[in-house]
Design a protein around this ligand. Structure first.
Ligand code: TMP
Length: 213
C-alpha cells in the first residue's frame, strides 16, 4: 500500500525540524516505516539548488526565478526521494513542500498564486500531501527564536531570515489563507505553545485525519 505523505509548513523559528524528528520517532514506535526529508533539498541535486536559494544577498533572484529554482529542486526531490519511498509503502515526512512557495514567493514576494499555479501543476501534479501541519507563529517571536539558536543572523543559510519583517508577516498570512482554502488537507497548530503541547496536537491531527490509532 502506498505510504502517506505528511508535510510541515510555517515561518522561521516555528520548530518544524524538532517536530519532524519527534513525529518520525513516534511513527517508527507505532511500527510504521518512515523517512524524513526537507525542502529545498532532500535529493543530491536539490541540495545543490538549495545553496543557491538560502545563501547570499536577499535580492539576488528575480521572484519568478526563485519560484523556478524551488520547483526545479522539488522535481528532483519528488522523483528521486519522495515518490520512490511512497511507492515502496514508506511514509514520508517533509520539512516544507510546495505551500512554502505559495507563502514565501506568492505572498512574501507578492508574486501571486496565479503565477505559481501552472508551474506547480506541471511538477507536483497529483502528488499533494495527505496531511499538512502548519506551525503558526508571530514572525517577531519566530525570528527571535532563530536568532537565539544561531547567535547571529549571518549564518550561511539565513537569506530568507534577513528579509524585512513585512515579508515574514505576509507569508504568515499566506499560510493561513492556504489552510483556509484547503481544510481537508491542512491543520493549523499554534506554535507559541510549549513543545510537548505542540507535539500532542500534531499526533492528535494524525489520529483524526489519517485514522491512526
Ligand atoms: P528552512 O530554513 O526551513 O530549511 O528553509 C529554507 C528557506 O527556504 C526558508 O527560509 C524558507 C525558504 N523557502 C522558500 O522561500 N520557498 C520554498 O518553496 C521553500 C521550500 C522554502
Amino acid at each position: 500500500m502506498r505510504g502517506k505523505f505528511i508535510t510541515f509548513e510555517g515561518g522561521e523559528g516555528a520548530g518544524k525540524s524538532t517536530h519532524v524528528k519527534t513525529l518520525a520517532a513516534q511513527l517508527k514506535e507505532a511500527g510504521i516505516d518512515v523517512i524524513t526529508t526537507r525542502e529545498p533539498g532532500g535529493a543530491p541535486g536539490a541540495e545543490e539548488i538549495r545553496k543557491l536559494l538560502v545563501e547570499g544577498d536577499t535580492g539576488k533572484w528575480d521572484s519568478l526565478t526563485e519560484v523556478l529554482l524551488h520547483y526545479a529542486a522539488r522535481q528532483e526531490h519528488l522523483e528521486k526521494t519522495v515518490l520512490p519511498a511512497l511507492d515502496k509503502g514508506s511514509w514520508v515526512i517533509s520539512d516544507r513542500f510546495a505551500d512554502s512557495t505559495f507563502a514565501y514567493q506568492g505572498y512574501g514576494h507578492q508574486l501571486g498564486r496565479e503565477a505559481i499555479q501552472p508551474i506547480h501543476d506541471a511538477v507536483v501534479g497529483k502528488t499533494e500531501p495527505d496531511l499538512t501541519l502548519i506551525l503558526d507563529l508571530d514572525p517577531e517571536i519566530g525570528l527571535a527564536r532563530t536568532l537565539a539558536r544561531t547567535g547571529h543572523r549571518n549564518g550561511a543559510e539565513d537569506r530568507y531570515e534577513r528579509m524585512e519583517i513585512e515579508f515574514h508577516q505576509r507569508l504568515r498570512t499566506g499560510f493561513l489563507d492556504i489552510a483556509a482554502a484547503n481544510p481537508g488537507r491542512c491543520v493549523i497548530i499554534d506554535a507559541s505553545q510549549d513543545i510537548e503541547t505542540v507535539a500532542n496536537e500534531i499526533w492528535y491531527a494524525l489520529e483524526t485525519r489519517l485514522n491512526l490509532k
